[in-house]
Design a protein around this ligand. Sequence first.
Ligand SMILES: Cc1ncc(C[n+]2csc(CCOP(=O)(O)OP(=O)(O)O)c2C)c(N)n1
Ligand SMILES: [Mg+2]
Length: 358
Amino acid sequence: MGADPFEAAITVTRVLDESGALVRGAKKPDTAALSEGYRRLVFARRLNEQAGALVRQGRLAVYPSSRGQEACQVACASVLGEHDWLFPTYRDTAAIAARGVDPVEVLTMLRGDWHCGYDPVAHKVAPQATPLATQLPHAVGVGHAARLKGEDTVVMALCGDGATSEGDFHEACNFAAVFRAPVVFFVQNNKYAISVPLARQSVAPSLAAKAIGYGMPGIRVDGNDLVALQRVLGDAVARARAGEGPTLVEADTYRMEAHTNADDASRYRTEDEVAGWVQRDPLVRVRTYLTEAGVLDGAGEQEITAAAEDMAAGVRARLGEEAAVDPDELFAHVLSVPTSQLAEQREALRAELEFEEA
Ligand SMILES: Cc1ncc(C[n+]2csc(CCOP(=O)(O)OP(=O)(O)O)c2C)c(N)n1
Ligand SMILES: [Mg+2]
């Protein structure tokens, strides 16, 4: 750690400011890479919108939107290599899609299926965790195990601001720091844990500052600045891969929509507050920079929008199909040796279904 570990943990790292201009003294981004990043941001936003619409159409049970957090979603996926692991939460559908997993497979769980929809091992993406922070010790375990096996795998472990109050967060950070596990803890501080605002969650100087107590670096970054996120997370991944241990990165961002479609955010925050963050939209910032740099024009924008529409249409069509469900599956994989009650219930359901069909 540097001479003053608090400085990086408290000062927000930024490359593009809210108006889309390069921050004084910052290194210019590579415009080809940033164009690809912009495309992914547009896809992530479109996926959020499509999933929200599918809930209203009754095709998904629930959807926790990451609108406003798309730069975080894209950045955390884009800095990982093929053999690295991502440990997401329920809010990170867009990050999993940005990693290359078919969005329909990702959304299968939210459709009410009993499994996570994609193959975690094939994609190196753990199932989306709904119990807060429980995925973090698992992520550390995977990283530590890889290191013991001599592999250079890095694990990106995601959580929210609220999850940093959980015991599992503490245990994961402590274990990772002590054993120098190759983990990047990436906290998307979107200012709320459902209705609980950050001020009632923690009075630490910042969430990144918590890292210092564990003996690892904590870095605070503008969570609506794709370029800054990719640099900070990329550096943290490189540190982990080099055997230098974990880093805690806190992204300063905002959940622009309600917690899920089942939540009414107007009960705990003002429209003015939301409007202030809409001004800091992560997509607009990159679009402005690329337009000013002469890399993105109207035709380019149209092409990206059309491609995102195609993706959304495919998701819509496939999730619009009636799912073929086998009610009997409800009883499979519960216990290796079913109890007599379970067997009775299975029989009762089978008899009832046969009766209905007859
Ligand atoms: C262990 C546990 N406690 C409570 C809940 C209920 N719960 C679901 S989401 C949530 C808020 C989490 O906030 P945060 O960690 O900031 O993530 P965000 O939803 O903002 O992405 C809570 C309390 C839960 N899922 N798991
Ligand atoms: Mg939160």
